[in-house]
Write a protein that binds this ligand. Structure first.
Ligand SMILES: [Fe+2]
Length: 198
């Protein structure tokens, strides 16, 4: 446990330095990606309970670190087989690195001007499956959906530029051209995290 906490504190220290020193978000992402990949390789932070997931929601979230000022947010997410999350943004940058299993990400582009409340037109732009050790860099404004199409619970390591309980995330329904706030339902397991969606 001491090693776990030491590794997390050291990781967060490096994260803070990158965020402080980076000239722009692109540089930040290019540096945070490899840092998270190195952290994922260590496995010191990994525990069996991180694989637990809420059968209703289809996922589980374990909080590794949150900053007092809500900048930086580090979680490990688990996804049950066949489960996923609809298109959404994060209202901040994000880096996701696969830990165990394969997660299929679909990337979406918004076509409308976002002026009509509750309305959004999305177009599918591409996709990428991430598996163990692979990094996904998501600049602010990115819209993605995620699904675990495998027969096993997947695990991935997520770093966000802000605590997701304090962002104005949005969730989209591309079939019906709907946009709505991405609000969070409380979740009991792993307590400290409250509840977050990837
Ligand atoms: Fe996400």
């Amino acid at each position: 446990m001491e090693s776990q906490q030491d590794d997390i504190q050291s990781f967060v220290g490096e994260l803070r330095k990158i965020v402080h020193d980076a000239a722009n978000e692109a540089e930040l992402l290019s540096l945070v990606g490899p840092l998270v990949q190195r952290m994922v390789q260590k496995r010191s932070w990994l525990s069996a309970e991180m694989y637990e997931a809420d059968s209703e929601l289809g996922y589980g979230t374990t909080l590794l670190h949150a900053e007092p000022d809500q900048s930086l947010f580090v979680v490990v997410d688990s996804w049950l087989p066949g489960r996923g999350v609809p298109p959404h943004d994060h209202d901040t940058w994000a880096v996701v690195v696969g830990v165990d299993g394969t997660e299929r990400n679909l990337f979406w582009q918004r076509l409308d001007d976002a002026l009509l409340p509750g309305y959004a037109e999305l177009q599918l732009m591409g996709e990428r499956c991430i598996t163990d050790g692979e990094a996904l860099l998501l600049p602010s404004g990115s819209i993605h959906s995620v699904i675990n199409e495998t027969e096993h619970t997947s695990l991935s390591f997520h770093v966000y530029g802000r605590h997701l309980n304090f962002t104005e995330r949005r969730q989209f329904d591309p079939e019906n051209n709907l946009e709505r706030p991405f609000k969070i339902a409380p979740r009991a397991s792993h307590g400290a995290a409250g509840a977050q969606l990837p």
